[in-house]
Design a protein. Structure first.
Length: 295
């Protein structure tokens, strides 16, 4: 028999729940109440889940609070008002940045990692007599220009959210290196595509710069060996070994890369995990300010 055929009313349910809350057994309440036992179990569970505040959002539990979600919505509306509406990719990136700030304490660089980096560099400096001209920092950064797309997130009932702007429509990564003494190694530009057009190569205006093309325009474990050969050729005039400081990325670890380092007299030193924003000179002093100002 369905519950819709029972004769109890809401007042009976409220009374039964009050008796359970007062300490009575659910079975005892059901025997002396018109409310079925299964209904008492269900309503008690609903009350516990809702914490007596009404309905709640379905699972999973959101990572962001309601206040942060409201701030994100305000940011979306502000981008629309200035003629630069954002899509799914930009919203996810913004939300991830917010969550990264919240998790900064959890992801903080630990003291052991910093100590290891310091003593490793100090040992190389003293034992191998390596000066600033033979210590390099290598970093890579990506540029993702906004492209024309059919769907963006905007305030409801908006008429026109676009601002006309001419931009390139592909993803690009740039990898470069600079020594502690100041001289830099020409950059290598990574663009999507297995085959490169002569026009793209001709557009390189930096002397001795290089260009390569993995399928998606992102640096990967196959690009680093190519860059190491390029780097090794550009530092051939320096005494060996040469120290190359890189971030803690899985793409920097491969047997081929290790063999090239041995061949060219390169000693790789990894930064501590999550320490790029603190210790990577190219990231802190060049790439981040450039992207904050122009991208």
């Amino acid at each position: 028999m369905g519950e819709d055929e029972t004769s109890y009313i809401q007042a009976d349910v409220d009374l039964a729940l009050a008796r359970v809350a007062a300490g009575e057994k659910k079975a005892a309440v059901a025997r002396t109440s018109p409310v079925h036992l299964r209904t008492i179990f269900r309503r008690v569970k609903m009350s516990a889940d809702c914490d007596n505040t009404g309905s709640v959002r379905p699972d999973p539990k959101p990572l962001m609070s309601a206040e942060l979600e409201w701030d994100l919505a305000e940011w979306i509306a502000a981008k629309q008002r200035c003629g630069m509406p954002v899509g799914r990719r930009e919203i996810i990136a913004k939300a991830s940045a917010i969550l990264a700030c919240i998790a900064r304490v959890r992801n903080a660089v630990d003291e052991d990692g910093v100590s290891t980096l310091f003593y490793t560099l100090a040992k190389l400096y003293t034992e191998l007599k390596i000066d600033a001209t033979r210590i390099f920092n290598m970093d890579e950064t990506s540029f993702i220009p906004k492209t024309a797309r059919g769907k963006v997130v905007a305030v409801r009932d908006s008429a026109n959210v676009w601002r006309k702007e001419t931009k390139s429509s592909f993803h690009m990564t740039v990898a470069g290196a600079v020594s502690a003494a100041g001289p830099e190694v020409p950059p290598i530009t990574i663009v999507p595509g297995v085959r490169l057009f002569m026009k793209d190569i001709a557009d390189l205006t930096i002397e001795r710069a290089a260009i390569t093309g993995p399928p998606k325009g992102f640096s990967n474990s196959k690009i680093l060996p190519q860059w190491l050969v390029f780097f090794g050729d550009n530092i051939a005039h320096l005494p060996k070994p040469v120290v190359l400081i890189v971030d803690n990325s899985a793409t920097h670890i491969s047997e081929e890369a290790a063999q090239i380092c041995v061949e060219y007299g390169i000693m790789l030193v990894d930064l501590p995990a999550t320490a790029t924003r603190l210790f990577q000179p190219l990231d802190v002093a060049l790439f981040k300010p450039f992207k904050d100002g122009y991208c």
